[in-house]
Design a protein around this ligand. Structure first.
Ligand code: NAP
Length: 515
Protein backbone atom coordinates (compact mmCIF):
# COMPACT_ATOMS: atom_id res chain seq x y z
CA UNK A 1 0.00 0.00 0.00
CA UNK A 2 1.40 3.44 -0.90
CA UNK A 3 1.68 6.22 1.70
CA UNK A 4 -0.43 9.38 2.12
CA UNK A 5 -0.65 11.70 -0.88
CA UNK A 6 -0.08 15.26 0.40
CA UNK A 7 -2.65 17.78 -0.84
CA UNK A 8 -1.70 20.96 -2.69
CA UNK A 9 -3.30 24.29 -1.72
CA UNK A 10 -4.33 26.31 -4.75
CA UNK A 11 -7.31 28.53 -5.61
CA UNK A 12 -8.39 28.39 -1.97
CA UNK A 13 -8.78 24.58 -1.95
CA UNK A 14 -6.87 21.51 -0.83
CA UNK A 15 -6.45 19.31 -3.88
CA UNK A 16 -4.55 16.07 -4.36
CA UNK A 17 -2.93 15.38 -7.72
CA UNK A 18 -4.53 12.87 -10.04
CA UNK A 19 -1.41 10.72 -10.40
CA UNK A 20 -0.12 8.03 -8.04
CA UNK A 21 2.54 10.45 -6.74
CA UNK A 22 6.29 10.55 -6.16
CA UNK A 23 7.41 8.94 -2.89
CA UNK A 24 9.53 10.77 -0.30
CA UNK A 25 11.91 8.65 1.76
CA UNK A 26 13.66 8.49 5.11
CA UNK A 27 17.31 8.77 3.98
CA UNK A 28 18.58 6.75 6.96
CA UNK A 29 16.04 3.92 7.13
CA UNK A 30 15.08 3.91 3.45
CA UNK A 31 11.35 3.71 4.25
CA UNK A 32 8.69 5.57 2.24
CA UNK A 33 7.07 8.45 4.17
CA UNK A 34 4.50 10.32 2.04
CA UNK A 35 3.86 11.07 -1.63
CA UNK A 36 3.49 14.29 -3.59
CA UNK A 37 1.75 14.92 -6.88
CA UNK A 38 0.63 17.94 -8.88
CA UNK A 39 -0.90 16.14 -11.88
CA UNK A 40 -4.11 17.66 -13.18
CA UNK A 41 -4.07 20.88 -11.11
CA UNK A 42 -5.65 23.89 -12.82
CA UNK A 43 -2.46 25.95 -12.92
CA UNK A 44 -3.83 28.94 -14.90
CA UNK A 45 -6.67 29.13 -12.36
CA UNK A 46 -4.25 28.81 -9.43
CA UNK A 47 -2.03 31.67 -10.64
CA UNK A 48 -5.05 33.84 -11.49
CA UNK A 49 -6.56 33.28 -8.03
CA UNK A 50 -3.28 34.14 -6.28
CA UNK A 51 -2.80 37.30 -8.36
CA UNK A 52 -6.38 38.55 -8.21
CA UNK A 53 -7.68 37.39 -4.83
CA UNK A 54 -4.44 37.15 -2.82
CA UNK A 55 -2.79 40.19 -4.39
CA UNK A 56 -5.79 42.47 -3.87
CA UNK A 57 -6.18 41.37 -0.23
CA UNK A 58 -2.51 41.88 0.59
CA UNK A 59 -2.28 45.25 -1.14
CA UNK A 60 -5.33 46.52 0.75
CA UNK A 61 -3.28 46.08 3.94
CA UNK A 62 -0.54 48.47 5.10
CA UNK A 63 3.06 47.41 5.73
CA UNK A 64 2.38 47.44 9.47
CA UNK A 65 -0.69 45.20 9.03
CA UNK A 66 1.23 42.77 6.85
CA UNK A 67 4.05 42.79 9.42
CA UNK A 68 1.50 41.88 12.11
CA UNK A 69 0.31 39.06 9.81
CA UNK A 70 3.88 37.71 9.59
CA UNK A 71 4.07 37.75 13.37
CA UNK A 72 0.86 35.67 13.50
CA UNK A 73 2.32 33.21 10.98
CA UNK A 74 5.38 32.95 13.23
CA UNK A 75 3.18 32.09 16.23
CA UNK A 76 1.46 29.29 14.28
CA UNK A 77 4.83 27.85 13.25
CA UNK A 78 6.18 28.09 16.79
CA UNK A 79 3.14 26.21 18.11
CA UNK A 80 3.79 23.32 15.72
CA UNK A 81 7.57 23.27 16.01
CA UNK A 82 7.79 19.74 17.45
CA UNK A 83 6.03 18.28 14.40
CA UNK A 84 8.51 20.06 12.12
CA UNK A 85 11.44 18.55 13.99
CA UNK A 86 9.96 15.09 13.55
CA UNK A 87 9.35 15.56 9.84
CA UNK A 88 12.83 16.97 9.36
CA UNK A 89 14.51 14.08 11.15
CA UNK A 90 12.49 11.57 9.14
CA UNK A 91 12.71 13.17 5.70
CA UNK A 92 15.98 15.13 5.76
CA UNK A 93 17.92 12.81 8.09
CA UNK A 94 19.08 15.71 10.23
CA UNK A 95 20.20 15.79 13.87
CA UNK A 96 18.45 18.35 16.11
CA UNK A 97 21.10 21.06 15.70
CA UNK A 98 20.85 20.79 11.92
CA UNK A 99 17.06 20.82 11.99
CA UNK A 100 17.29 24.03 14.03
CA UNK A 101 19.26 25.74 11.27
CA UNK A 102 16.35 25.11 8.90
CA UNK A 103 13.25 25.21 11.13
CA UNK A 104 14.26 27.80 13.74
CA UNK A 105 16.32 29.71 11.16
CA UNK A 106 13.17 30.06 9.04
CA UNK A 107 11.10 31.29 11.97
CA UNK A 108 13.83 33.72 13.07
CA UNK A 109 14.04 35.22 9.60
CA UNK A 110 10.27 35.56 9.37
CA UNK A 111 10.22 37.21 12.80
CA UNK A 112 12.89 39.67 11.68
CA UNK A 113 10.70 40.74 8.72
CA UNK A 114 7.73 41.12 11.06
CA UNK A 115 9.83 43.55 13.13
CA UNK A 116 11.29 45.40 10.15
CA UNK A 117 7.83 45.69 8.60
CA UNK A 118 6.34 47.23 11.73
CA UNK A 119 8.86 50.07 11.35
CA UNK A 120 7.41 50.90 7.90
CA UNK A 121 4.12 51.96 9.45
CA UNK A 122 0.66 52.38 7.96
CA UNK A 123 1.71 53.05 4.38
CA UNK A 124 0.74 51.43 1.06
CA UNK A 125 3.91 52.35 -0.83
CA UNK A 126 7.48 53.38 -0.04
CA UNK A 127 9.59 56.39 -0.93
CA UNK A 128 13.01 55.81 -2.42
CA UNK A 129 15.37 58.66 -1.60
CA UNK A 130 14.70 62.37 -1.58
CA UNK A 131 13.04 64.51 -4.29
CA UNK A 132 15.54 65.80 -6.89
CA UNK A 133 15.07 69.18 -8.57
CA UNK A 134 14.46 68.97 -12.31
CA UNK A 135 15.11 72.64 -12.94
CA UNK A 136 16.58 75.68 -11.31
CA UNK A 137 13.72 76.26 -8.92
CA UNK A 138 12.36 73.50 -6.67
CA UNK A 139 8.80 73.61 -8.03
CA UNK A 140 9.07 70.61 -10.36
CA UNK A 141 10.90 67.59 -8.94
CA UNK A 142 11.50 63.87 -9.34
CA UNK A 143 10.66 61.51 -6.48
CA UNK A 144 11.24 57.76 -6.74
CA UNK A 145 8.56 55.53 -5.23
CA UNK A 146 8.30 51.80 -4.66
CA UNK A 147 4.89 50.19 -5.13
CA UNK A 148 4.04 46.49 -4.59
CA UNK A 149 4.08 44.56 -7.88
CA UNK A 150 0.65 43.41 -9.08
CA UNK A 151 1.62 39.81 -9.73
CA UNK A 152 2.46 36.58 -7.99
CA UNK A 153 5.85 35.49 -6.62
CA UNK A 154 6.70 31.95 -7.69
CA UNK A 155 9.31 30.24 -5.49
CA UNK A 156 11.07 27.16 -6.82
CA UNK A 157 13.15 25.91 -3.91
CA UNK A 158 16.06 23.56 -3.21
CA UNK A 159 15.89 20.38 -1.12
CA UNK A 160 18.31 21.43 1.62
CA UNK A 161 16.21 24.13 3.30
CA UNK A 162 12.50 23.16 3.16
CA UNK A 163 11.67 25.61 5.98
CA UNK A 164 14.21 28.46 5.83
CA UNK A 165 14.07 28.41 2.01
CA UNK A 166 10.35 29.15 2.17
CA UNK A 167 10.27 31.75 4.95
CA UNK A 168 13.36 33.75 3.94
CA UNK A 169 11.54 34.45 0.67
CA UNK A 170 7.96 34.56 1.97
CA UNK A 171 8.77 37.14 4.69
CA UNK A 172 9.91 39.88 2.29
CA UNK A 173 7.33 38.95 -0.42
CA UNK A 174 4.27 38.97 1.85
CA UNK A 175 5.50 42.08 3.65
CA UNK A 176 5.76 43.74 0.23
CA UNK A 177 2.16 42.79 -0.58
CA UNK A 178 2.84 40.03 -3.14
CA UNK A 179 1.06 36.67 -2.93
CA UNK A 180 3.30 33.61 -3.17
CA UNK A 181 3.15 30.19 -4.79
CA UNK A 182 5.83 27.84 -3.47
CA UNK A 183 7.02 24.72 -5.25
CA UNK A 184 9.37 22.95 -2.82
CA UNK A 185 12.01 20.48 -4.03
CA UNK A 186 10.33 17.10 -4.21
CA UNK A 187 12.78 15.17 -2.00
CA UNK A 188 11.92 17.20 1.15
CA UNK A 189 8.56 18.79 0.22
CA UNK A 190 6.79 17.34 3.26
CA UNK A 191 8.04 19.93 5.78
CA UNK A 192 7.17 22.88 3.52
CA UNK A 193 3.73 21.39 2.83
CA UNK A 194 3.04 20.84 6.53
CA UNK A 195 4.07 24.37 7.48
CA UNK A 196 1.86 25.90 4.79
CA UNK A 197 -1.01 23.62 5.84
CA UNK A 198 -0.72 24.78 9.46
CA UNK A 199 -0.69 28.44 8.43
CA UNK A 200 -3.68 28.03 6.08
CA UNK A 201 -5.66 26.03 8.64
CA UNK A 202 -5.00 28.70 11.27
CA UNK A 203 -6.59 31.32 8.99
CA UNK A 204 -3.90 33.92 9.63
CA UNK A 205 -3.32 34.93 5.98
CA UNK A 206 -5.96 36.16 3.52
CA UNK A 207 -7.26 33.76 0.83
CA UNK A 208 -4.83 33.47 -2.07
CA UNK A 209 -1.85 34.93 -0.16
CA UNK A 210 -0.02 31.57 0.03
CA UNK A 211 -0.36 28.59 -2.32
CA UNK A 212 1.70 25.41 -2.44
CA UNK A 213 2.24 23.03 -5.32
CA UNK A 214 4.21 19.86 -4.51
CA UNK A 215 5.60 17.56 -7.17
CA UNK A 216 6.68 18.31 -10.69
CA UNK A 217 7.39 21.86 -11.81
CA UNK A 218 5.82 21.08 -15.20
CA UNK A 219 3.73 23.98 -16.46
CA UNK A 220 4.62 26.46 -13.69
CA UNK A 221 6.89 28.77 -15.68
CA UNK A 222 4.31 28.82 -18.50
CA UNK A 223 1.92 30.68 -16.18
CA UNK A 224 4.17 33.66 -15.48
CA UNK A 225 3.11 37.10 -16.70
CA UNK A 226 4.73 40.53 -16.89
CA UNK A 227 4.27 41.62 -13.27
CA UNK A 228 5.10 38.25 -11.67
CA UNK A 229 8.49 37.34 -10.23
CA UNK A 230 10.24 34.01 -9.96
CA UNK A 231 12.75 33.28 -7.23
CA UNK A 232 14.76 30.11 -7.77
CA UNK A 233 17.18 28.30 -5.49
CA UNK A 234 18.96 25.23 -6.77
CA UNK A 235 21.58 24.02 -9.19
CA UNK A 236 23.19 26.13 -11.90
CA UNK A 237 21.83 23.74 -14.56
CA UNK A 238 18.19 24.24 -13.54
CA UNK A 239 18.86 27.98 -13.11
CA UNK A 240 19.83 28.14 -16.76
CA UNK A 241 16.55 26.47 -17.79
CA UNK A 242 14.57 29.00 -15.74
CA UNK A 243 16.46 32.07 -16.90
CA UNK A 244 16.10 31.11 -20.55
CA UNK A 245 12.52 29.81 -20.40
CA UNK A 246 10.67 31.35 -23.39
CA UNK A 247 7.83 32.63 -21.23
CA UNK A 248 10.23 34.24 -18.74
CA UNK A 249 12.12 35.85 -21.62
CA UNK A 250 8.95 36.94 -23.49
CA UNK A 251 7.41 38.72 -20.50
CA UNK A 252 10.70 39.97 -18.97
CA UNK A 253 9.68 38.19 -15.78
CA UNK A 254 11.84 39.45 -12.94
CA UNK A 255 14.07 36.60 -11.79
CA UNK A 256 16.24 35.98 -8.74
CA UNK A 257 18.63 33.06 -8.90
CA UNK A 258 20.48 31.50 -5.96
CA UNK A 259 22.67 28.77 -7.39
CA UNK A 260 25.74 26.80 -6.36
CA UNK A 261 28.95 28.24 -5.03
CA UNK A 262 32.52 27.16 -4.22
CA UNK A 263 32.89 29.24 -1.06
CA UNK A 264 36.27 29.95 0.52
CA UNK A 265 37.86 30.45 3.91
CA UNK A 266 41.25 32.14 4.11
CA UNK A 267 43.75 32.45 6.95
CA UNK A 268 45.76 35.63 6.48
CA UNK A 269 49.57 35.30 6.35
CA UNK A 270 51.56 35.90 9.51
CA UNK A 271 49.74 33.55 11.89
CA UNK A 272 51.24 30.29 13.10
CA UNK A 273 49.48 27.14 14.26
CA UNK A 274 49.41 28.34 17.87
CA UNK A 275 47.59 31.58 16.99
CA UNK A 276 43.99 32.36 17.90
CA UNK A 277 43.24 33.10 14.23
CA UNK A 278 44.42 29.63 13.18
CA UNK A 279 42.23 28.10 15.88
CA UNK A 280 39.19 30.08 14.67
CA UNK A 281 39.72 28.85 11.11
CA UNK A 282 40.05 25.24 12.22
CA UNK A 283 36.85 25.33 14.30
CA UNK A 284 34.88 27.06 11.57
CA UNK A 285 35.98 24.70 8.80
CA UNK A 286 35.13 21.60 10.84
CA UNK A 287 31.76 23.10 11.78
CA UNK A 288 30.92 24.13 8.24
CA UNK A 289 31.82 20.72 6.84
CA UNK A 290 29.49 18.91 9.20
CA UNK A 291 26.45 21.22 9.74
CA UNK A 292 23.59 19.72 7.69
CA UNK A 293 26.11 17.16 6.40
CA UNK A 294 27.68 19.93 4.34
CA UNK A 295 24.45 20.48 2.39
CA UNK A 296 24.54 24.25 2.69
CA UNK A 297 24.96 26.46 -0.35
CA UNK A 298 27.17 28.69 1.84
CA UNK A 299 29.39 25.91 3.25
CA UNK A 300 33.18 26.27 3.07
CA UNK A 301 34.50 24.19 0.14
CA UNK A 302 38.03 25.61 -0.28
CA UNK A 303 40.30 26.43 2.68
CA UNK A 304 43.25 28.69 1.82
CA UNK A 305 46.21 28.55 4.21
CA UNK A 306 49.87 29.64 3.89
CA UNK A 307 51.77 26.68 2.35
CA UNK A 308 53.85 26.19 5.50
CA UNK A 309 50.70 25.56 7.56
CA UNK A 310 49.14 22.86 5.35
CA UNK A 311 50.15 19.94 7.60
CA UNK A 312 49.21 21.72 10.82
CA UNK A 313 45.80 22.70 9.40
CA UNK A 314 45.18 19.17 8.11
CA UNK A 315 45.96 17.70 11.53
CA UNK A 316 43.93 20.19 13.53
CA UNK A 317 40.81 20.00 11.33
CA UNK A 318 41.07 16.19 11.15
CA UNK A 319 41.24 15.97 14.95
CA UNK A 320 37.91 17.79 15.13
CA UNK A 321 36.30 15.77 12.34
CA UNK A 322 37.34 12.54 14.09
CA UNK A 323 34.93 13.47 16.91
CA UNK A 324 31.97 13.69 14.51
CA UNK A 325 29.87 10.58 15.02
CA UNK A 326 27.78 9.84 11.93
CA UNK A 327 24.60 7.78 11.78
CA UNK A 328 20.91 7.69 12.69
CA UNK A 329 20.02 11.23 13.86
CA UNK A 330 17.53 9.79 16.40
CA UNK A 331 20.33 8.13 18.37
CA UNK A 332 21.75 10.05 21.33
CA UNK A 333 25.29 11.23 20.67
CA UNK A 334 25.10 11.18 16.87
CA UNK A 335 26.43 14.53 15.62
CA UNK A 336 25.76 14.20 11.89
CA UNK A 337 22.90 12.47 10.07
CA UNK A 338 22.46 11.67 6.39
CA UNK A 339 22.51 13.49 3.10
CA UNK A 340 19.05 13.81 1.66
CA UNK A 341 18.83 10.96 -0.86
CA UNK A 342 20.60 8.11 -2.62
CA UNK A 343 21.12 10.39 -5.62
CA UNK A 344 22.83 13.00 -3.41
CA UNK A 345 25.01 10.37 -1.75
CA UNK A 346 26.08 9.14 -5.17
CA UNK A 347 26.78 12.70 -6.29
CA UNK A 348 28.92 13.38 -3.16
CA UNK A 349 30.93 10.18 -3.64
CA UNK A 350 31.52 11.04 -7.31
CA UNK A 351 32.57 14.56 -6.26
CA UNK A 352 35.11 13.16 -3.76
CA UNK A 353 36.48 10.91 -6.52
CA UNK A 354 36.85 13.92 -8.82
CA UNK A 355 38.63 16.00 -6.17
CA UNK A 356 40.87 13.02 -5.38
CA UNK A 357 42.39 13.34 -8.85
CA UNK A 358 43.99 16.65 -7.81
CA UNK A 359 44.05 16.36 -4.00
CA UNK A 360 44.98 13.81 -1.33
CA UNK A 361 42.56 12.67 1.34
CA UNK A 362 43.92 13.78 4.70
CA UNK A 363 40.85 12.74 6.67
CA UNK A 364 38.54 9.96 5.55
CA UNK A 365 35.65 9.53 7.97
CA UNK A 366 34.31 6.55 6.02
CA UNK A 367 36.87 4.42 7.89
CA UNK A 368 34.78 4.83 11.05
CA UNK A 369 31.58 2.79 11.60
CA UNK A 370 28.16 4.45 11.21
CA UNK A 371 26.00 4.57 14.36
CA UNK A 372 22.87 2.45 13.91
CA UNK A 373 22.72 3.11 10.17
CA UNK A 374 23.19 0.58 7.39
CA UNK A 375 26.07 0.91 4.95
CA UNK A 376 23.53 1.54 2.17
CA UNK A 377 21.81 4.38 4.12
CA UNK A 378 22.40 7.93 2.85
CA UNK A 379 24.95 8.70 5.59
CA UNK A 380 28.23 10.09 4.24
CA UNK A 381 31.17 10.68 6.59
CA UNK A 382 33.29 13.85 6.37
CA UNK A 383 36.25 13.96 4.00
CA UNK A 384 39.04 16.55 4.11
CA UNK A 385 41.43 16.78 1.17
CA UNK A 386 44.68 18.68 0.58
CA UNK A 387 45.35 20.03 -2.90
CA UNK A 388 48.46 18.75 -4.69
CA UNK A 389 48.36 21.70 -7.10
CA UNK A 390 46.58 24.85 -5.91
CA UNK A 391 45.90 25.85 -9.51
CA UNK A 392 44.09 22.64 -10.63
CA UNK A 393 40.73 23.58 -12.23
CA UNK A 394 38.75 20.87 -10.41
CA UNK A 395 39.34 22.53 -7.02
CA UNK A 396 37.74 25.75 -8.19
CA UNK A 397 35.03 24.26 -10.43
CA UNK A 398 33.47 21.28 -8.62
CA UNK A 399 30.92 21.87 -5.85
CA UNK A 400 30.63 18.72 -3.75
CA UNK A 401 27.33 19.23 -1.91
CA UNK A 402 28.21 17.23 1.20
CA UNK A 403 30.64 17.07 4.17
CA UNK A 404 33.70 17.73 2.04
CA UNK A 405 36.32 20.51 1.89
CA UNK A 406 39.78 20.91 0.38
CA UNK A 407 42.82 22.64 1.87
CA UNK A 408 44.60 24.78 -0.71
CA UNK A 409 48.12 26.17 -0.08
CA UNK A 410 49.10 29.69 -1.09
CA UNK A 411 52.46 31.43 -1.20
CA UNK A 412 51.35 35.09 -1.23
CA UNK A 413 48.16 36.93 -0.42
CA UNK A 414 47.90 38.03 -4.05
CA UNK A 415 47.97 34.40 -5.15
CA UNK A 416 45.29 33.47 -2.60
CA UNK A 417 42.98 36.23 -3.82
CA UNK A 418 43.49 35.16 -7.45
CA UNK A 419 42.70 31.54 -6.57
CA UNK A 420 39.56 32.53 -4.66
CA UNK A 421 38.36 34.42 -7.75
CA UNK A 422 38.64 31.21 -9.74
CA UNK A 423 35.34 30.22 -8.05
CA UNK A 424 33.76 32.62 -10.57
CA UNK A 425 31.64 34.38 -7.96
CA UNK A 426 30.56 32.92 -4.62
CA UNK A 427 28.00 33.47 -1.90
CA UNK A 428 30.48 33.96 0.91
CA UNK A 429 34.17 34.04 1.81
CA UNK A 430 35.50 34.16 5.35
CA UNK A 431 38.84 35.61 6.35
CA UNK A 432 40.68 34.94 9.63
CA UNK A 433 43.34 37.12 11.23
CA UNK A 434 44.26 39.36 14.13
CA UNK A 435 45.21 42.64 12.43
CA UNK A 436 42.07 44.74 11.92
CA UNK A 437 43.59 46.85 9.12
CA UNK A 438 44.84 43.80 7.19
CA UNK A 439 41.43 42.09 7.59
CA UNK A 440 39.59 45.17 6.33
CA UNK A 441 41.88 45.43 3.28
CA UNK A 442 41.35 41.78 2.39
CA UNK A 443 37.58 42.03 2.92
CA UNK A 444 37.34 44.86 0.38
CA UNK A 445 39.54 42.93 -2.05
CA UNK A 446 37.17 39.92 -1.76
CA UNK A 447 33.92 41.93 -1.90
CA UNK A 448 33.57 42.28 -5.72
CA UNK A 449 33.47 38.49 -6.05
CA UNK A 450 31.13 37.68 -3.17
CA UNK A 451 27.70 38.54 -1.81
CA UNK A 452 29.03 38.41 1.74
CA UNK A 453 32.46 38.53 3.41
CA UNK A 454 32.67 37.15 6.96
CA UNK A 455 35.63 38.56 8.86
CA UNK A 456 36.65 36.69 11.96
CA UNK A 457 39.13 37.93 14.55
CA UNK A 458 39.59 36.74 18.15
CA UNK A 459 37.81 39.79 19.61
CA UNK A 460 34.49 38.77 17.98
CA UNK A 461 34.91 34.99 18.26
CA UNK A 462 32.21 34.69 20.93
CA UNK A 463 29.75 36.69 18.79
CA UNK A 464 30.52 34.81 15.57
CA UNK A 465 27.29 34.11 13.69
CA UNK A 466 29.09 31.58 11.49
CA UNK A 467 30.59 31.61 8.00
CA UNK A 468 27.66 29.73 6.49
CA UNK A 469 24.83 31.02 8.62
CA UNK A 470 22.65 33.39 6.61
CA UNK A 471 21.52 36.31 8.78
CA UNK A 472 18.48 38.29 7.55
CA UNK A 473 20.31 41.57 8.26
CA UNK A 474 22.97 40.69 5.67
CA UNK A 475 22.65 40.19 1.94
CA UNK A 476 22.41 36.61 0.67
CA UNK A 477 23.34 35.84 -2.92
CA UNK A 478 26.46 36.17 -4.99
CA UNK A 479 27.65 37.19 -8.45
CA UNK A 480 28.47 34.94 -11.40
CA UNK A 481 28.31 31.24 -10.69
CA UNK A 482 26.39 31.87 -7.43
CA UNK A 483 23.48 32.98 -9.62
CA UNK A 484 23.73 36.77 -9.47
CA UNK A 485 20.84 36.98 -7.00
CA UNK A 486 20.22 39.16 -3.99
CA UNK A 487 18.03 38.13 -1.08
CA UNK A 488 17.62 39.39 2.49
CA UNK A 489 19.88 42.26 3.60
CA UNK A 490 17.16 43.74 5.81
CA UNK A 491 14.64 45.90 3.97
CA UNK A 492 16.70 45.66 0.74
CA UNK A 493 14.91 42.33 0.19
CA UNK A 494 11.67 44.21 -0.49
CA UNK A 495 13.09 45.81 -3.66
CA UNK A 496 12.60 42.60 -5.67
CA UNK A 497 8.86 42.60 -4.95
CA UNK A 498 8.30 46.29 -5.70
CA UNK A 499 8.23 48.41 -8.83
CA UNK A 500 10.47 51.46 -8.61
CA UNK A 501 9.04 54.44 -10.49
CA UNK A 502 10.10 58.06 -10.82
CA UNK A 503 7.24 60.48 -10.30
CA UNK A 504 7.91 63.88 -11.87
CA UNK A 505 5.50 66.39 -10.43
CA UNK A 506 5.07 69.67 -8.66
CA UNK A 507 6.55 69.82 -5.19
CA UNK A 508 3.03 70.43 -3.92
CA UNK A 509 1.85 67.10 -5.41
CA UNK A 510 4.91 65.26 -4.15
CA UNK A 511 4.26 66.57 -0.64
CA UNK A 512 1.11 64.42 -0.60
CA UNK A 513 3.30 61.30 -0.64
CA UNK A 514 4.61 62.00 2.82
CA UNK A 515 1.33 63.25 4.20
P1 NAP B 1 17.82 21.45 -8.45
O1 NAP B 1 17.88 20.03 -8.87
O2 NAP B 1 18.23 22.48 -9.42
O3 NAP B 1 16.33 21.67 -7.96
C1 NAP B 1 15.92 22.90 -7.44
C2 NAP B 1 14.43 23.08 -7.70
O4 NAP B 1 14.17 23.19 -9.09
C3 NAP B 1 13.58 21.91 -7.21
O5 NAP B 1 12.39 22.43 -6.66
C4 NAP B 1 13.31 21.15 -8.49
O6 NAP B 1 12.14 20.38 -8.43
C5 NAP B 1 13.16 22.27 -9.48
N1 NAP B 1 13.38 21.89 -10.87
C6 NAP B 1 14.10 20.85 -11.36
N2 NAP B 1 14.07 20.87 -12.70
C7 NAP B 1 13.31 21.93 -13.07
C8 NAP B 1 12.89 22.47 -14.33
N3 NAP B 1 13.28 21.92 -15.48
N4 NAP B 1 12.11 23.57 -14.34
C9 NAP B 1 11.72 24.13 -13.18
N5 NAP B 1 12.07 23.67 -11.95
C10 NAP B 1 12.87 22.59 -11.90
O7 NAP B 1 18.71 21.73 -7.16
P2 NAP B 1 18.76 20.88 -5.79
O8 NAP B 1 19.50 19.64 -6.11
O9 NAP B 1 17.42 20.79 -5.16
O10 NAP B 1 19.63 21.83 -4.87
C11 NAP B 1 21.01 21.71 -4.70
C12 NAP B 1 21.72 22.90 -5.29
O11 NAP B 1 21.12 24.11 -4.81
C13 NAP B 1 23.18 23.01 -4.88
O12 NAP B 1 23.95 23.24 -6.03
C14 NAP B 1 23.24 24.22 -3.95
O13 NAP B 1 24.45 24.92 -3.99
C15 NAP B 1 22.11 25.05 -4.44
N6 NAP B 1 21.60 25.87 -3.36
C16 NAP B 1 21.79 27.21 -3.41
C17 NAP B 1 21.31 28.02 -2.39
C18 NAP B 1 21.51 29.50 -2.42
O14 NAP B 1 20.85 30.18 -1.63
N7 NAP B 1 22.35 30.04 -3.27
C19 NAP B 1 20.61 27.46 -1.32
C20 NAP B 1 20.42 26.09 -1.31
C21 NAP B 1 20.92 25.31 -2.34
P3 NAP B 1 12.23 18.79 -8.11
O15 NAP B 1 12.82 18.67 -6.76
O16 NAP B 1 10.81 18.37 -8.16
O17 NAP B 1 13.09 18.21 -9.16
Amino acid sequence: MSSTLLPNWTSGQWQVGQGSGTPLFDPVKGSELVRVDATGLDLPGAFRYAREVGGAALRSMTYAQRAAMLAEVGKVLQANRDAYYEISTANSGTVKNDTAVDVDGGMFTLGMYAKLGASLGDRHFLLDGEPARLGKDPLFQSQHVMTPRHGVALFINAFNFPSWGLWEKAGPALLSGMPIIVKPATATAWLTQRMVQDVIDAGVVPPGAISIICGSSNGLLEQLLAFDVVSFTGSADTAQIIRSHPNVVRHSVRTNIEADSINSAMLLPGHDASSAAFDLLVKEVAREMTIKSGQKCTAIRRVFVPAALMDAAAQAISARLAKTTVGDPRVEGVRMGAVVSRAQKQSVLEGIAQLSQVADKVFDGSQQPLVEAAADSCCVAPTLLAARDAHADTLHDVEVFGPVATLVPYTSETEALQLIQRGQGSLVASVYGEDAAALAKTAIALAPFHGRVHVLSPDVAAMNTGHGNVMPQSLHGGPGRAGGGEELGGLRALNFYHQRSAIQASTESLNHFTA
